[in-house]
Design a protein around this ligand. Structure first.
Ligand SMILES: Nc1ncnc2c1ncn2[C@@H]1O[C@H](COP(=O)(O)OP(=O)(O)OP(=O)(O)O)[C@@H](O)[C@H]1O
Length: 213
């Protein structure tokens, strides 16, 4: 279980102090909603370790993460802008999630095949990313994130810009992956249908706090 308790942060030169408290169980998807500028990304940045919390606790089971470095936290992140290398193949993009040199072992190549199957891209292993559709590219980004099998998955408006059918497919895939891998998934979204479709709970950032909806 992921327990976020009284995690506090104040942006430099700003007056507001943000305080975040919530719990995410394994296999759960929690949606984060709220107006633009309300503090949704600040929450993900604190969880990932991009911003240093001034106090509070982020505990995954018995492990305290609040003082861990970005690299040491058991967290994967998927952004809307998925940072793929468009001129490289699907396989190479995914391998970059584990190795910077692209020299891969037989084991790693096998892992890539398994993950591509999981996200429904097994036929595209050697396809150049720029020739894939937006939805397929998001699947590649999801596969890369999944390669490390971190127990906490953070998504910042991951499927915005995809057509409605593709977005629904991606949401269902995210749900399946979260349940099958016992992930603790936190997703920022502007779309009420997204949270209604897959979220176990919805929190709104309001007055610098999380309010369960
Ligand atoms: N580096 C910073 N320095 C000062 N203030 C910041 C900084 N980053 C964010 N803020 C402020 O903190 C508040 C929360 O920002 P945050 O990015 O978390 O909002 P958000 O809910 O993710 O917004 P959006 O939906 O527009 O992405 C905003 O008022 C923003 O201006």
């Amino acid at each position: 279980m992921l327990k976020i308790i009284d995690v506090k942060y104040q942006h430099k030169n700003a007056e507001d102090m943000y305080t975040y408290t919530m719990v995410v169980k394994p296999k759960e998807i929690v949606a984060i909603v709220g107006q633009s500028g309300s503090g949704k990304s600040t929450l993900l940045d604190l969880l990932a370790g991009f911003l240093p919390a001034t106090s509070g606790s982020i505990k995954l089971d018995e492990d305290e993460l609040i003082d861990e470095t970005v690299e040491a936290r058991p967290i994967s992140i998927l952004f809307q802008n998925h940072n793929l290398f468009e001129h490289l193949s699907v396989q190479k993009n995914i391998l970059l999630g584990i190795s910077k040199t692209l020299k891969s072992t037989h084991e790693e190549l096998k892992k890539v095949k398994t993950i591509l199957k999981e996200v429904g891209l097994e036929k595209y292993e050697h396809t150049i990313v720029s020739s894939l559709s937006g939805g397929q590219q998001q699947r590649v980004a999801l596969a890369r994130v999944l390669l490390r099998r971190e127990p906490i998955l953070l998504l910042d408006e991951p499927f915005t810009g995809l057509d409605a059918d593709t977005r629904m497919q991606m949401l269902d895939l995210l749900k399946k992956i979260t349940v099958e891998n016992n992930l603790h998934t936190i997703m920022i979204t502007h779309e009420i249908e997204d949270s209604e479709r897959i979220a176990n709970r919805v929190y709104k950032v309001e007055n610098q706090k999380l309010v369960e909806q």
